[in-house]
Design a protein around this ligand. Structure first.
Ligand SMILES: Nc1ncnc2c1ncn2[C@@H]1O[C@H](COP(=O)(O)OP(=O)(O)OP(=O)(O)O)[C@@H](O)[C@H]1O
Ligand SMILES: [Mg+2]
Length: 267
């Protein structure tokens, strides 16, 4: 199952990504978590201590590796380099590991003008393509609301875009935009996870404002999650209630996945 977690800044994408990664790993599944944020912090949410997390080198910053694989130095504009470099050994060589979850931090490509294609972005694109299309793992990608690394081919391999929505108009608007973007690049399934909900009213707000989209579950507002963030601790260890809620979301996802694949076989 390949999932992209998106939504407005600060809604709880990283929190939801870390919980889902851990509850899929609980089932004995091989889980690969991808941190695709410029400001990467999925590692600490997953429970990797901050000092250790800060030592993880994002793939985009592995200069000699990028040069070895593409034949060109990162940061150099122009010149020739391989557009489809070998990347399939990256997960085993470079992933950080926590409790059954492998984590890959992508890092950012410094932009050199519109649609810059440079050695770093060639490696990231090839890597995402490989992780989404070439592996059997559960893949959970913590993204921002943009989709820049996703080509159409890769997008087709994503089983679901999950927009995290908190009870508020702005996060609803971002989710609606993401839904459109997802559809434009050919992603078939778009789901909503409600985040930081405090009561029934909050749940109804999200369901009402995201009508037309399937709301597959909710993570309540749990002060211990915010507290864990302040202490640099993992979400899974911090909140048993959130873990229970995430397990329900996992079950919904598994059910929807089976339905979707059953449908494909019939048609
Ligand atoms: N369910 C929750 N209950 C309480 N606090 C939460 C919850 N979810 C997230 N938070 C807190 O809200 C803040 C933002 O959460 P998180 O980092 O998961 O959001 P994000 O969408 O990944 O943000 P960004 O856009 O910066 O990547 C953090 O301090 C986090 O601890
Ligand atoms: Mg985040």
């Amino acid at each position: 199952m390949k999932l992209s977690i998106t939504g407005k800044g600060g809604v709880g994408k990283t929190t939801v990504s870390s919980l889902l990664a851990r509850v899929f790993a609980e089932e004995g599944r091989t889980v690969l978590a991808i941190d695709a944020n410029p400001d990467a912090n999925l590692a600490t949410a997953l429970g990797i201590p901050p000092e250790e997390a800060s030592r993880i080198t994002p793939v985009a910053e592995m200069k000699s590796f990028i040069e070895e694989r593409t034949g060109a130095k990162p940061g150099v504009i122009g010149g020739y380099f391989k557009l489809n470099p070998k990347v399939d050994d990256i997960p085993e060589r470079f992933a950080a590991r926590v409790d059954g979850v492998k984590l890959i931090v992508l890092g950012t490509v410094k932009k050199g003008g519109a649609g810059c294609i440079c050695p770093e972005s060639a490696v990231l694109r090839a890597l995402i393509g490989h992780l989404i299309l070439g592996r059997k793992d559960v893949v959970i990608m913590d993204m921002d609301a943009g989709i820049e690394h996703l080509g159409r081919g890769t997008a087709k391999g994503i089983d679901a875009f999950i927009a995290v929505v908190e009870p508020g108009q702005r996060s609803v608007q971002t989710a609606q935009l993401v839904k459109q973007l997802a559809r434009d690049i050919g992603v078939e399934h778009f789901y909503v996870v409600g985040s930081k909900v405090r009561n029934e009213e909050d749940r109804e707000f999200i369901i009402r404002n995201m009508s037309g989209s399937k709301v597959i579950g909710f993570i309540g507002y749990h002060p211990e999650i915010a507290e864990a963030d302040r202490l640099g601790k993992g979400v899974y260890e911090a909140s048993g209630e959130a873990v229970e809620e995430a397990r329900k979301i996992r079950e919904s996802l598994e059910r929807l996945y089976e339905e979707a694949h059953g449908e494909k076989k019939d048609s």
